[in-house]
Design a protein around this ligand. Structure first.
Ligand SMILES: C[S@@+](CC[C@H](N)C(=O)[O-])C[C@H]1O[C@@H](n2cnc3c(N)ncnc32)[C@H](O)[C@@H]1O
Length: 433
């Protein structure tokens, strides 16, 4: 076992120990329990966070599947329906199928359709050699309606990309979904965008990558990479199907604004992770993909304008003392404005949508700071929702592994052993009465 892994195992064991102690002592306090947990090690049938189709594409702030599995195994009953109003990758749906629950997913980002439909495929068979031959022989062409196309791709690559995408768009059977995600990955690699950065970003590193690529037999490399990506996807689909997903009912609303959409039918529980307070810019991160999938500039711009927390939003009455307390600590006006927009948007969404929820809400939030002040988003959300008839039962506290893996033992600033641990919080609310 390498050093990083060994250290992580050690840390996680310590944390579970502490967790048990802390969880137990809180039982008697009368306030909601704080339960430390390592979700990623709670579900034996899902051995890793990247298992099966739970990670066929990078999506910022994606759920790990174990969080949803843990909730469904612990709190759902047969016949229940699950709802995620900020569904992103669609992980809630992909996991709900495994445990046999109906689901509804909403997101502003239309990429959810491709990811979800690929991740839930049953059949994983295709003749890759023949498929590559068909792409090479295809006369179909596709060019994204993107004025910045030449900024993001060297002109040499455009013919091969247009051909492959022209072919992909001409398909109308299941095989299309075996091609789209692999093609997105290869397209991104053949662009000036820096894959190491979530945002769409042209870096020195990525320019160098393309320079080097152009010196090689990049045409062969393109088809080899595409074939390999398809092979990986087929393996992941097979792995997912080992979990025996059930035939369930589902509905996806994509390209919609959650703040302006009504829930038509009641659901039993919300499981969601709302947008982050600190800039994520989901639409910008997936812009390159959206263009190649066929969305145009005007549509993408209009989606960006609706993104929380940047969009303008009308003020609501906020029932949280903590919200006002922390607002006072922010000095700069533009940050105060972001703080207001963020809370007005997510609290409006939750207090409207909760009317259609019969049993539980599980809301997952990451750590957020404004300048140096950590903002207790979980406590603000829970306080506000109490006013709408929801009891805050507990908060599960999970550690972010990637941060731990790269954290140094000694804090270089203080010279002390570094005990900072980044955590993510899952708020568990139950409908009162
Ligand atoms: C933290 S991410 C959710 C990630 C998700 N849990 C997953 O597993 O991938 C928050 C999501 O909120 C979406 N979002 C932002 N503003 C929105 C709006 N106004 N209406 C609907 N969705 C929005 C973003 O597109 C993003 O996918």
């Amino acid at each position: 076992m390498d050093e990083g892994k060994k250290r992580y195992r050690q840390l996680s064991l310590n944390f579970e120990e502490e967790g048990r102690k802390e969880g137990a002592s809180k039982i008697f306090t009368g306030s909601p329990q704080k339960i430390p947990i390592l979700f990623r090690s709670t579900i034996p049938e899902i051995p890793t966070t990247t298992y099966g189709t739970f990670s066929i594409y990078k999506y910022p702030a994606k759920f790990i599947p174990q969080i949803i599995a843990y909730i469904l195994k612990g709190y759902a009953n047969p016949g229940m329906k699950v709802f995620d109003p900020f569904a992103g990758y669609g992980t809630v749906g992909v996991v709900s199928r495994v445990y046999g629950y109906d689901y509804e997913l909403w997101d502003l980002n239309p990429i959810i359709n491709v990811i979800h439909d690929t991740a839930t495929m049953r059949k994983a068979e295709i003749n890759i050699t023949k498929l590559m031959q068909n792409i090479k022989n295809s006369k179909e062409e596709f060019a994204p309606k993107w004025s910045n196309l030449e900024y993001w791709f060297p002109e040499e690559f455009l013919p091969i990309l247009s051909k492959a995408w022209g072919f992909a768009h001409s398909l109308n059977d299941e095989s299309k979904y075996l091609l789209l995600v692999p093609l997105l990955k290869v397209t991104k690699y053949f662009s000036y965008s820096d894959e190491k950065v979530h945002k769409l970003y042209r870096s020195k590193f990525s320019r160098k990558k393309i320079e080097e690529l152009l010196k090689t037999d990049w045409k062969s490399k393109f088809y080899t990479m595409l074939s390999n990506e398809i092979r990986t996807l087929l393996r992941k689909i097979r792995e997912y199907n080992h979990l025996n997903p059930k035939p369930v009912e589902y509905r996806i609303k994509s390209g919609i604004d959650t703040l302006e959409t009504k829930l038509e039918n009641e659901v039993n529980m919300i499981i969601t992770s709302p947008p982050y307070l600190q800039a994520q810019e989901y639409i910008r991160s997936t812009k390159l993909e959206l263009f190649w999938l066929g969305y145009d500039e005007q549509y993408i711009r209009q989606l960006s304008k609706k993104e929380i927390p940047y969009r303008p939003v009308s003020k609501i009455k906020i029932f949280s003392q903590k919200y006002y307390e922390f607002r006072e600590k922010i000095n700069e006006n533009h940050l105060k404005d972001l703080y207001d927009k963020y809370f007005n948007a997510i609290l409006k969404a939750f207090s409207t949508l909760c009317e259609g929820v019969k049993d539980y809400m599980f809301i997952f939030v990451g750590p957020a700071k404004i300048r140096t002040t950590p903002i207790p988003i979980d406590e603000i959300v829970a306080e506000h929702l109490k006013e709408f008839g929801w009891t805050h039962e507990a908060t599960f506290i999970d550690k972010i592994v990637s941060h731990i893996m790269f954290e140094s033992e000694i804090n270089p600033a203080s010279g002390e052993k570094d005990s900072r641990m980044k955590t993510e919080h899952l708020i568990f609310l139950r409908k009162s009465g």
